[in-house]
Design a protein around this ligand. Structure first.
Ligand SMILES: Nc1nc2c(ncn2[C@@H]2O[C@H](COP(=O)(O)OP(=O)(O)OP(=O)(O)O)[C@@H](O)[C@H]2O)c(=O)[nH]1
Length: 398
């Protein structure tokens, strides 16, 4: 069913974005248009993405959600959009679902999908973008995160990755021949192969380990350990049939890019297991940051993220950063948050949302921490080189 006012300008309803803290919301108070959150839902083929969307779309959350199915002309995805909409037409127009949510599929990349969304329908308070099972979220997330053209209307709330508890270990250990060929063309250099499953896990803010009904307790434990060895920053949820009773703060309204939870950084820094040789999480410590140190840190980040050069350590090679989060304590007591996806990064003013009030403001480290998830970082030698490079960089005299 289509509304008759399709060509009307977008009217964005007031959503939870009003409570957003940090730079992504800077200036929002003076703006007439409020930001609408977008959550990217990703996960390997058959992990339970459509099941999760159907669950969210029929749950009582009181939100009017717009769902975008990102298809790439692949017949499997057209079938999927039919599943979601329970119709028999190819969905290129909006469909209105029973609880007021709306749904469409797009053939193009995410930004075009959102532009279409804005043009066609305005009255919604949440956007869910489901990627194809083979998508690399690291290519999609930065488009929504700090894109100037979109900055005034939407913000990236988080990436939710569905993991198939039954099949994920096989996907991680035996990349397909297409993945192997792709990896070779993207700097694989004969090291452990990087599968799509690795990429989807490393970029996640929330990992939903689904299909728990199909594995034993011991198998589930092994999956959890392996997944957290790849991404120790993400929150992890165990589900069957993608059932998540309380969506708020678990899948929706995460604020994963405008807040940094000190407790999650502390947790990530405790995970030292090297179960996965391809991707892992490392934690670097930082002293209290003065203005001069902040400039030097910024230069270090540009070198590492933009030029893939670790200052002073050019022998450490072949690494690749997917996700980066940090929490800095400034010498005047202010907190700054660091967020990065691939080469895009941002230092923003902010507070944390840690619920652990018994900890000092900076968690166990008075100065601060940077947690990095990426490829070929998991060895102690590499972590040590990163820490030394950072120490030298921030302590250098200007
Ligand atoms: N046993 C079991 N089956 C599940 C569970 N979650 C989903 N399924 C089934 O697994 C199949 C795939 O689920 P989908 O939700 O379509 O998965 P998807 O990630 O959207 O799949 P693609 O579109 O192929 O990438 C469906 O038949 C679901 O009913 C679960 O927790 N347990």
């Amino acid at each position: 069913m289509m509304d008759e006012d399709d060509d009307a300008p977008p009217i964005l309803v007031k959503g939870d974005a009003t409570t957003t803290e940090g730079a992504l919301a800077t200036g929002m108070a003076d703006m007439d248009i409020l930001k609408v959150p977008i959550t990217i839902i990703t996960g390997y083929l058959g992990a339970g993405k459509t099941t999760l969307l159907n669950y969210i779309l029929t749950a009582r959350h009181g939100k009017k959600i717009a769902v975008i199915l990102n298809e790439f002309g692949n017949s499997a995805d057209i079938e999927k959009s039919l599943t979601i909409n329970q119709g028999d037409q190819q969905v290129e127009e909006w469909l209105e679902l029973a609880n007021g949510c709306i749904c469409c599929s797009v053939k193009d990349s995410g930004v075009n999908a959102i532009e279409l969304l804005m043009d066609r329908r305005g009255a919604f308070d949440y956007i869910l973008l489901e990627t194809t099972g083979l998508a690399d979220p690291g290519n999609i997330a930065p488009l929504f995160w700090v894109d100037e053209g979109l900055g005034s209307t939407i913000y990236l709330d988080g990436i939710v990755t569905l993991v198939d508890a039954k099949n994920v270990l096989r996907c991680l250990d035996q990349p397909t021949s297409e993945e192997a060929a792709h990896d070779e063309n993207h700097g694989g250099h004969g090291g452990p192969l990087l599968s799509t499953a690795h990429l989807q896990i490393s970029h996640a803010d929330v990992l939903v380990i689904n299909k728990t009904d199909l594995v034993t307790e011991a198998e589930l434990e092994a999956v959890q350990q392996r997944i957290s060895s790849i991404n120790a920053l993400a929150q992890m949820r165990l589900t069957d049939h993608s059932k998540i009773p309380h969506l708020e703060g678990v899948v929706l309204d995460l604020h994963a890019y405008d807040r940094v939870d000190a407790a999650s950084l502390d947790f990530a820094s405790k995970g030292h297991s090297h179960l996965d040789s391809t991707i892992g999480t490392i934690t670097l410590t930082l002293p209290t940051v003065t203005d001069k140190r902040l400039q030097r840190l910024d230069a270090w980040l540009r070198s590492v993220l933009w030029s893939s050069v670790l200052p002073g350590h050019d022998v450490v090679t072949n690494w690749e950063i997917h996700r980066l989060k940090g929490r800095l304590t400034m010498s005047d007591g202010q907190i700054k948050l660091l967020q990065g996806v691939r080469e895009v990064f941002e230092l923003i003013d902010g507070s944390d949302v840690s619920t652990n009030t018994t900890q000092p403001a900076g968690g166990t480290t008075p100065g601060g921490k940077i947690v990095i998830i990426g490829r070929n970082l998991s060895g102690d030698t590499t972590r040590g080189a990163f820490q030394r490079s950072l120490n030298t960089a921030v302590n250098e005299e200007i």
